[in-house]
Design a protein around this ligand. Structure first.
Ligand code: SF4
Ligand code: SF4
Length: 293
């Protein structure tokens, strides 16, 4: 019989959004032949949460969903103490989603000192400093199920994943979400999108698309294997970044008509030069509807 990797899915201060995203994984049957949840808050599992907190149960990987505060308890035990206990037993710890990684939306939960496991937005948190080498961060609100599952298989196969400054695997987070968007040509020639949901135009110039400075694979590994926000006509909200959630998500903040945030690695002078050149083009094809009614 195949040895299954034992996984503990611990839910901290969370909306269970990553759990729901995970349920969309298309090869779930295969996954459950290779992995076993010793505990999951929603999936039937071998042990109850009470068993998890009162015993030391064998486990290979600890998955944490949700933001962390010492004040927050599960089965009458602080989430911090549960993490400390299991972190000693496991081979790897994975923060699942932006709340577990950076604090995310639940930084505002009202619990004292709420943050991600190692980061409070961009700032380092020292509580679990000794676990840095064991941790992989998978940010996203929610995280893409394939990013989570492929990371778990990499752990199972002892493949070392190169990570960025926030411990996110470069395999999935070295790209920006802009990479692979079907609207790239509109971006290059500065053709705006006029209405959400339309197929034409880029949403960077007016509608607040954060994809050019958001790290993730949403346009490389499509959601439900078919689409992404920006392909469908909705701006990227930057949900994989430490600064998520920002305010005024659907408008582009500008100074003197220049977007305040520029694509990663592009300085203002370069942007102005390029913008000046591209403005000189007027490409009829890009001004028209893709499908004439
Ligand atoms: S809509 Fe967003 S992701 Fe697509 S090309 Fe424009 S800026 Fe890039
Ligand atoms: S497109 Fe942007 S907001 Fe949407 S899931 Fe990807 S990173 Fe998050």
């Amino acid at each position: 019989m195949k040895t299954k990797m034992k996984v503990l899915w611990l839910s901290a201060i969370s909306c269970n959004g990553n759990t729901h995203s995970f349920f969309n994984y298309s090869q779930m049957e295969q996954f459950l032949e290779d992995f076993e949840f010793i505990y999951h808050p929603v999936i039937d599992s071998k042990y109850l949460l009470q068993d998890i907190v009162s015993q030391d149960i064998e486990c290979d990987v600890l998955l944490i969903e949700g933001a962390i505060s010492k004040e927050f308890k599960r089965a009458d035990l602080s989430i911090v103490d549960i993490i400390q206990r299991y972190s000693k037993r496991v081979k790897k710890i994975v923060t699942v989603g932006t709340c577990a990684t950076f604090g995310g939306i639940f930084r505002e939960s009202g619990y004292e000192k709420t943050s991600g496991l190692h980061f409070d937005q961009e700032k380092r948190v020292d509580t679990f400093k000794s676990l840095l080498d064991k941790t992989i961060s998978l940010s996203g609100c929610p995280v893409h199920p394939e990013v989570l599952v492929n990371t778990l298989y990499a752990i199972k196969k002892d493949i070392t994943l190169k990570v960025d400054e926030f411990l996110r695997p470069k395999e999935f987070y070295a790209y920006t979400v802009h990479n692979g968007c079907t609207r790239n040509e509109y971006f290059e020639y500065k053709v705006d999108n006029h209405n959400f949901g339309e197929l034409e135009g880029c949403m960077f110039y007016d509608h607040g698309c954060q994809a050019p400075f958001t790290h993730g694979s949403c346009n490389k590994i499509l959601w439900n294997e078919v689409n992404s926000k920006t392909r469908a006509g909705l701006p990227c909200m930057g949900c994989t970044e430490p600064s998520f959630p920002r305010q005024n998500l659907f408008s582009t903040k500008k100074n003197m008509a220049i977007p305040e945030h520029l694509p990663v690695g592009v300085n203002k002078r370069v942007y102005l030069t390029l913008a000046g050149i591209t403005k000189a083009f007027k490409i009829d094809r890009l001004e028209k509807k893709l499908f004439d009614d």
